[in-house]
Design a protein around this ligand. Sequence first.
Ligand code: GDD
Ligand code: MN
Length: 416
Amino acid sequence: MIDSSPAPARSIITFPLPREPEIRVVPTISVVVPTRNEAGNIPELVRRLEMATGDCSLEIIFVDDSSDDTPKVVEDIALHATTPIQLRHRPPDDRPGGLGGAVALGISVAQAPWVCVMDADLQHPPELVPDLFRQAISTESDVVIASRHADHGDMGEFSPLRKHVSESSTKLAQLAFPKALDGVTDPMSGFFLIRRDAVDLTTLQPRGFKILFEILCRTPGLRKSEVGFHFGERRSGESKASVQEGVRYLRLLLDLRFGPGWLSFVRFGLVGVSGIFINALALAFFTEWLGIFYMISAVAATQVSTLWNFALTETVVFDTPAGSAGRPRRAVLFFAMNNVALGLRGPMLYVLVSTLGLNYMIANIISLISLMVLRYFTADRLIWGRTPPPAGPSMPSGGAPPTFGVHPLVSTEQVH
Ligand code: GDD
Ligand code: MN
């Protein structure tokens, strides 16, 4: 049988390689294996998977981002394997989400009701797959995680540094998501079995290694359990873990926790702090040098710092939709917003100075900071027009698999 689902342009699709016509049997488990330069591991992985799963019907899906001859090795193996094998090779310029994107693509084309995600390098023992399946059935779980930290599990030969990084990432995740990760000792694992229908792929925005973590956080109500395992040694080739993957993880964690706008808020805050300095300088200049009454100076200082903030906000805070188009309109709105804010700050300033006896420079800074959050949300929603994201695309029925990683951003409501 030949894969009939249209594939992304230029992918190599082999499902399984043409052989005698056979009866299409829906497998029980689709094993999804993301691969990047794993040619030396594929034959052993397929052999051990077939041995381990015996009478349980399986399909294996390789989602490949390799530059070595992994695809060729997979094709050769598929000719002789008793298990149906799919190969989805992603071209170098179309690999959204890296490892996580590959896993999401694998899940989207899986035919079985259960999907087991595992690495190709045999650090995840294929012999555990039946245990994960038995556990899923006996505990009625939607997801069973192969955990290095559960009973009978261990991290194997990780370097002390990698152990430390892994443990800290896990602790951080558990602190940030106590509910979603309740009872999960290894949310960083790359080895798990999941009921295909329990994952809503449209909610995912995969990037990098931590796809299980994202699924757990974005899928409220998943029934979870774990099986401990020994994280083995890589059989051949090299690990693709990197500092860049660490940074990707931290960004994922912050996006999941605070929503995708957090980085704009941080940038807005930094620009705001620089604006406070400018405002204070201008206020001192008008009041001390020109001898203007501080309440009047505050009005003038606000125009100066608003100009400063506008230029920076326009260039570094928000991804301005269409370059300079609409800039005059945004400028007018931004000045209007800051002057309305000044209308609130004015009385605050006056009260702080005249009744509490604060220095006018200090009172000015307090008044600026106190309106920062309000100004951010006005700028974010009304001026730079970051409206709430539309719903994610639905899974095409029979169409090409969605390209993961280019979904509209998902709101925090979906995270629990
Ligand atoms: N398709 C694709 N694209 N596959 C990739 C990519 C990529 O960009 N990067 C890595 N892979 C594949 C590798 O070929 C391997 O099969 C698997 O993903 C894991 O990559 P490794 O490089 O072996 O990762 P690791 O051993 O350092 O880390 C693994 O174990 C950790 C602990 O369980 C991963 O599974 C991590 O996600 C996991 O946290
Ligand atoms: Mn590995």
